[in-house]
Design a binder for this molecule. Structure first.
Ligand code: IPM
Ligand code: MG
Length: 356
C-alpha cells in the first residue's frame, strides 16, 4: 500500500528527530512492502521566519490532503515576542482544530532498561507504570471565548458540550478495552459546572461499556495519586487543560520524556503524531537529541491511522532491542557514560527494524 504523510518538522530539534522517524518509516516500508510518501510543510517559528505566519494555509491544505501528519516540535525563545495570535504554539492549536483532532493519546510507560531514570522510589511503582492519558484536545478553556475588559480583567471561557464529552469518553472506553479495562475520569466536579456535565456524561457513556471499570478522581487528587501510586491507573480520561497538566506529570514520572510518543486523533483515520517533548532549542542542530519519541510516534501512526499493527510493533520491538543492547542518547545515558548522536540512534533502530 501507499500512504501519504505530511511532515511538519517545526523548530529546534524538530528537523533532526523527524528525519530519523522518516528513516524508520522507510525501513518499515522496505521490510513490509509499503510506500510512504512525504510532503514537508512549514509550521511554527520556521513558518513565521519564512512566510510571516505560524500556520500558513498551504500547510493546512497539505495536511488535509495527506493520510496522516508527522510533527516534530514548535516554538523557541526566538519567537517569544510574537503577538499571541502568531506564536508558534498558536499553530499547534490551529492545526488541532483544523484537522478535528479531538483525542490526544499520551501513553506513559516505563522502559525496563531505563527503570533507573524513574524519579519515584521503586516501592511506589507497585506493579509498574503503564498508563495512557486520553485528553480532550479541541474544547475547554483552550478554545472558549477569550477577552480583556477595560477595567483590567481577563476571561477564558471554560466550556464543554455533551457531544464533545461523549466522543472523547467513547475513545477512552475503547482504549481501555484494548488495555486493562479500567478508566479513571478526572475532573473538578466539586467546583466546576463543566466538570459536573463531564461526570454525568461519562457515566452515561459508561453504560455502553459494562466490561470497563470506571472511577472518578478530582484533578488535585489525581495529580497526587500519580506520584503516590501510579500503578492504579490504566486509562486516564480528562479535559484539555487538566490533560495538559497531568500528561506532563505522567511523562516525567517515567524519567525519560525523550522516549514518549503521542497521537492526536480525529473521527477520520487522519491523525497527527508527535513526541511529547518540546523543541529543546538549547541542543538544536547539535545532533544530540533523542529521536526515539518521534520514532515511536511514527509507530503510533502505523497502528492508529494505517491499521498496521505488525509494522508498528516492528518499530517498537526494534527500539526495545536497541535499548537492551545499551545504546543511549545523552538524555537517557547515565552521567559519565558514553552516548550516541541522534542520527546514530536513528540508524541503529533502522538496522534493528531490518534485522527484526
Ligand atoms: C502540549 C503543549 C501545548 C498544549 C502548548 C504548546 C500549546 O503544552 O501539547 O501539551 O498546551 O496543548
Ligand atoms: Mg503540554
Amino acid at each position: 500500500m501507499e500512504y501519504s504523510i505530511a511532515v511538519l518538522k517545526g523548530d529546534g530539534i524538530g528537523p533532526e528527530i523527524v528525519s530519523e522517524a522518516m528513516r524508520a518509516l522507510e525501513a518499515v516500508g522496505e521490510k513490509f512492502g509499503h510506500t510512504f510518501t512525504f510532503t514537508e510543510a512549514l509550521i511554527g517559528g520556521a513558518a513565521i521566519d519564512a512566510v510571516g505566519e505560524c500556520l500558513p494555509e498551504r500547510t493546512v491544505d497539505i495536511c488535509q490532503g495527506s493520510d496522516s501528519v508527522l510533527l516534530g516540535a514548535v516554538g523557541g525563545p526566538k519567537w517569544d515576542s510574537q503577538p499571541a495570535a502568531n506564536r508558534p504554539e498558536k499553530a499547534l492549536l490551529g492545526i488541532r482544530k483544523e484537522l478535528g483532532l479531538f483525542a490526544n493519546i499520551r501513553p506513559a510507560q516505563l522502559w525496563a532498561p531505563l527503570a533507573d531514570a524513574c524519579p519515584l522510589k521503586p516501592e511506589r511503582l507497585g506493579n509498574g507504570l503503564d498508563l495512557v492519558v486520553v485528553r480532550e484536545l479541541t474544547g475547554d478553556v483552550y478554545f472558549g471565548e477569550k477577552k480583556r475588559d477595560a477595567d483590567g480583567r481577563a476571561h477564558d471561557d471554560m466550556t464543554y458540550s455533551v457531544a464533545e464529552i461523549e466522543r472523547i469518553a467513547r475513545r477512552a472506553f475503547e482504549m481501555a478495552r484494548q488495555r486493562n479495562n479500567h478508566v479513571t475520569s478526572v475532573d473538578k466536579a466539586n467546583v466546576l459546572e463543566t466538570s459536573r456535565l463531564w461526570r454525568e456524561t461519562v457515566a452515561r457513556v459508561a453504560e455502553g461499556y459494562p466490561d470497563v471499570e470506571l472511577d472518578y478522581l478530582y484533578v488535585d487528587n489525581a495529580a497526587m495519586q500519580l506520584v503516590l501510586n501510579p500503578s492504579q491507573f490504566d486509562v486516564i480520561l480528562t479535559g484539555n487543560l487538566f490533560g495538559d497538566i497531568l500528561s506532563d506529570e505522567a511523562s516525567c514520572i517515567t524519567g525519560s520524556i525523550g522516549m514518549l510518543p503521542s497521537a492526536s486523533l480525529s473521527l477520520s483515520s487522519r491523525g497527527m503524531y508527535e513526541p511529547i517533548h518540546g523543541s529543546a532549542p538549547d541542543i538544536a542542530g547539535k545532533n544530540l537529541a533523542n529521536p526515539i519519541a518521534t520514532i515511536l510516534s511514527a509507530a503510533m501512526m502505523l497502528r492508529y491511522s494505517f491499521n498496521l499493527p505488525a509494522e508498528a510493533k516492528a518499530i517498537e520491538d526494534a527500539v526495545g532491542r536497541v535499548l537492551d543492547a545499551g545504546f543511549r542518547t545523552a538524555d537517557i545515558a547515565k552521567p559519565g557514560d558514553e552516548y550516541m548522536t541522534c542520527s546514530d540512534m536513528g540508524r541503529a533502530i533502522c538496522a534493528e527494524i531490518k534485522n527484526g
